[in-house]
Design a protein around this ligand. Structure first.
Ligand code: AMP
Ligand code: MG
Length: 346
């Protein structure tokens, strides 16, 4: 299949909307990561998303909307959940927050993986908004990576995965947030974060005036309430080891390892030169305390690191969970397949 790279001008957006309306797929930029978009009310089109990504059938999709009015036909709300929804949408929409609510009959089974709830988000990226408006319907859009790989946050990364597999990719440059949306469950109280992301749990609790729980780390044996969390995900092809602790502690760890020349290291900016001096092939993803930068650069840096041809990649990980630190930690525990070295006190 020929893949057209569309400029994100009026003409490109209208061309992309026409592809969506006839049941085709379009990779579109959002402020979180690139999404693989389809008409969310067309089950055939949505099934194509699963096929192209190689996505497990039981992993539901998020519907993207451009106005609050278009949410209500898709969900069932009560007085409590509507109050919570209005508080959250007033504060965080458009933006990187997804709400889970009981679904209405309008939502196809293939969106919810047959479940009774639906996940909905209003993105802030101007190109995503314009595309949803031009398509005139809710748009299903998981991250635009092939299943298991790091989510694409640049045109190059989305093209690497999807060129030849979809009719069109809209060029929106680099994604600003870099990790996916936070998913919050509004179907029961206390409300819980199912997946950490662009909006922190502290900010959600503050907006709701009550403590929001953390259900993103289910206890052993319990099935995850966010189905996507059970799969190996966000992983580079090269084995990846996470070093959790201060930059200084992880540098000491890196300096104790043999054969640095065949190894790559993703470090905080402050440690770039020291890691290079040890012989590592080095990439940096922001200053040690800058969790927004870690989030923004994480996935593109993992993909870059893969291209260095190293036998293993080490990555410095801040133990701080404030702000986007929580989402970065969550993604990296998945990317490493749990291969984390905790350095505190070592
Ligand atoms: P992705 O767009 O690739 O980030 O995937 C969307 C993720 O949203 C899924 O993997 C789920 O974890 C989550 N999600 C979507 N729909 C629901 C739902 N109805 N209930 C809980 N989580 C959901
Ligand atoms: Mg994804």
């Amino acid at each position: 299949m020929h893949t057209e790279i569309l400029k994100a001008d009026r003409e490109g957006i209208l061309a992309a909307a026409a592809v969506l309306r006839r049941g085709g797929l379009v990779a579109m930029p959002t402020e979180t990561v690139y999404g693989l978009a389809a008409d969310g009310l067309n089950p055939e089109a949505v099934r194509e998303i699963y096929r192209v990504k190689g996505r497990p059938q039981d992993n539901p999709l998020i519907l993207h909307i451009a106005s609050l009015d278009s949410l209500f036909p898709l969900v069932k709300t009560g007085p409590e959940s509507e109050r919570a929804l209005r508080r959250l949408s007033g504060r965080f929409w458009p933006g990187p927050l997804t709400v889970v609510l009981p679904r209405s009959g309008l939502v196809p089974d293939v969106i919810t993986a047959g479940g009774p709830t639906v996940a909905i988000r209003m993105p802030s990226h101007p190109v995503a908004r314009a595309l949803i408006e031009a398509a005139g319907r809710p748009i299903a859009a998981p991250s635009a990576n092939l299943s298991g790989k790091p989510s694409p946050t640049t045109l190059r990364d989305v093209t690497d995965d999807l060129s030849g597999l979809v009719p069109a990719i809209l060029d929106g440059g680099d994604c600003a947030v870099g990790v996916e949306s936070t998913v919050i469950d509004l179907t029961r109280r206390p409300y819980d974060v199912l997946r950490p992301g662009g909006i922190s749990r502290e900010a959600l609790s503050d907006a709701l005036g009550e403590e929001v729980g953390d259900a993103s780390r289910p206890r052993d044996g319990a099935p995850p309430r966010s189905p996507g969390m059970k799969y190996r995900h966000y992983a580079p092809a090269t084995p990846l080891t996470g070093l959790v602790g201060s930059g200084e502690d992880s540098l000491r760890y890196l300096s104790s390892l043999p054969r640095a020349e065949a190894m790559a290291a993703v470090v905080f900016d402050e440690y770039r030169e020291a890691a290079e001096a040890l012989g590592y092939r080095v990439l940096a993803y922001g200053r040690e305390a800058d969790h927004d930068s870690h989030a923004r650069l994480l996935f593109r840096t993992l993909r870059q690191a893969d291209r260095l041809g190293a036998d293993r990649i080490y990555i410095q990980i801040s133990p701080e969970r404030r702000g986007r630190g929580d989402a970065v930690f969550n993604r990296l525990s998945r990317s490493t397949g749990g291969d984390l070295v905790y350095l505190a006190g070592k």
